[in-house]
Structure formats: structure tokens, C-alpha cells
Unconditional design. Sequence first.
Length: 352
Amino acid sequence: MNTDIDVSTTPKALGFSFPAEWAQQEAMWLSWPHKEESWPGKLETIYMPYAQFVKVVAETQKVRINVADEVMKSNAIQYLHAVSANLPNVEFFLNPTNDAWCRDHGPAFLLNPLSGEKAIVDWGYNAWGDKYPPYDLDDVIPTRIAKNFGLKLFTPPIVMEGGSVEFNGAGTILTTTSCLLNKNRNPHLTKDQIEQYLLEYYGQQQVLWLGDGIVGDDTDGHIDDITRFVNEDTVVTVVESNPLDENYHLLQENLETLKSFRLLDGRPLNIVKLPMPSPVIYDDTRLPASYANFYIGNDVVVMPTFKDVNDQIALDILKTCFPTRNVVGIDSVDIIWGLGSFHCLSQQEPAI
């Protein structure tokens, strides 16, 4: 494969960029869960907290949901009725999927502030290094949505997942070496080549690299489980207080690395520490439970909770970070059995 990029035709060259998650949104996208293998023995238990997630966001903005057919749509509506969701704000699209992780297989929406255009990047998708085939339906979701809305479409020849990148809305991308440099994604590309794709197709100016993700994360270390931008110069990052916990040292290393970073104007990051919940273990498996996997909507922030003493502490910290939004905790003890939570399940569509 030729890895040289024609920088004259990339989204960046054409004036497009990926907005921060807290920018005004037109909608939140989801793919309705249906894969038993993702929640073995627990699929039915996730629908009520999932519906609560939809309800909280749909109170003040659109929620767009991919479903396979009218039967799945009807089933989804039943759960949304059960939680009294604002159904006029919920739209369904007949886009069949293999799984529910819309952050990773969903469209990456770009905006061009000069032309007022919206575009979509359809990155390659291989289910986190070919771990969970088949993924053919998931891989084409962005293209289907671009065609449905008549949007400009970019298709770079590189595997990339939305959960592996964080944006400050001012030119900076945050990611991890453990995921993006893993040979199960793009073994033919160097770190510099991967950076170039990120910068050109997300319309950004620099990439900052953290190291490892948390234990139990089957994505090889997505950034959205460890460190999140909450404004242009501030991140929240999870830290483990127990030195004997297997996450302790890797999260300390990430914290020290964050302290060394500088934004494009030379400023250091403001760093806010989030606690980790106590280990969440099911069927002898350590799950990637993290308060960092929250979704930022127009008027709300939805954070996973784990029936843990640190739930309220983490909620209170996020409330200080988002003073103009309602910070809501929703039980994710069953959802996390799928190895992801609310941020992993969703993808924002910015408003023009």
C-alpha cells in the first residue's frame, strides 16, 4: 500500500476539522445493542440502563440510532417507552451493524467553518485488531450515513477507532501508543505516518502520545478510558490510589507524561485527577471500569457508575469541570461486561 498522502486533497487542506465533544451537537449516534457474544448471559440486563442513557440525552437533543430492521426498532421503542424517553427527539436509521460500539465504527463528523459544510471520515475498522469478526457491517456504517445525508466522504486507507483519540478543539489530539502503534491495526505504517493521517484527516496540528490503557481493555488501550479533555487546556485523568492494584503504575506513568505535555501555544495542561472504582470483576474477568468513559452532550454529561464508594466523588469532580451541564451517573455494572461504557457506545454529530 502506498502510504504517501496527497495533502492537497485531505480534509485539513479543504478546511475541515473534528470539533471537540463539548461543541454544540446536532445529535448523538448509537447502534442498538443486539450481539449476545458481547454481553454473554447479560444482554437483556443492559437495555434499561442503555435506555436511560438515551433518555437523558434525548431530553435536550436528537439521538440517532442504527437498527437492523423494523423488529429491532420496535424493540428499542418498547425500552424507550419504559423509561419515558422523549421519543420525538429519537430517530432510527436502518443501518444493520455487527455490534453496538458506535464510538469506534460510527462516522467521524468534520465541520468546515468557512463553507458551512459537514463531512464524514470513514476510517477502516477491523474490530480492534480482528478480535471479534465479523465486522463487515460495522465497517461501512460511516459510508451509509454519509450517503443518507448527502455528505462529503473521506476514506483514508488506515484502521482507526474513535475511542482511541481525544480532541481539545484547538488543534491537539491525545492518543496512546499501546493502541495506535499496535501491529494488529496498521503494521505497514510508522508512527510518523500514523500521525500524518491523524492530522490530515481530523484537521489538527499536533498529536500527544500517552502509553498504556487500563487493565481489561480489549481495545489495546483506548484513550477514552484513561484521559479526556474537558476544555481546551484541561484534562481529567484516572488515577489508582492502591499501589498494589495492577493499574497503579501505568496510570502514574500516564500522569507524569501528561505533566510534560505542552499545547500549541506552549501552555502546560491543567490536570484534574479522577479516582478509579474498585476492581469490577465478573466471571473471573477484570473489566475496564473507568469513570473517564463519560459522554458529553449539549446540556448533560453522562458518567458510568459502578455501585462504588468513588461514584459520587467522581461525579462531583466532573460537576466542577462542566459547571453549565447536568452531570448524571447511570449504573454501568452490567454494561461494562461488554468491555465498554457510554462513551464507547456513542458518537457525537456536531451542529453546523
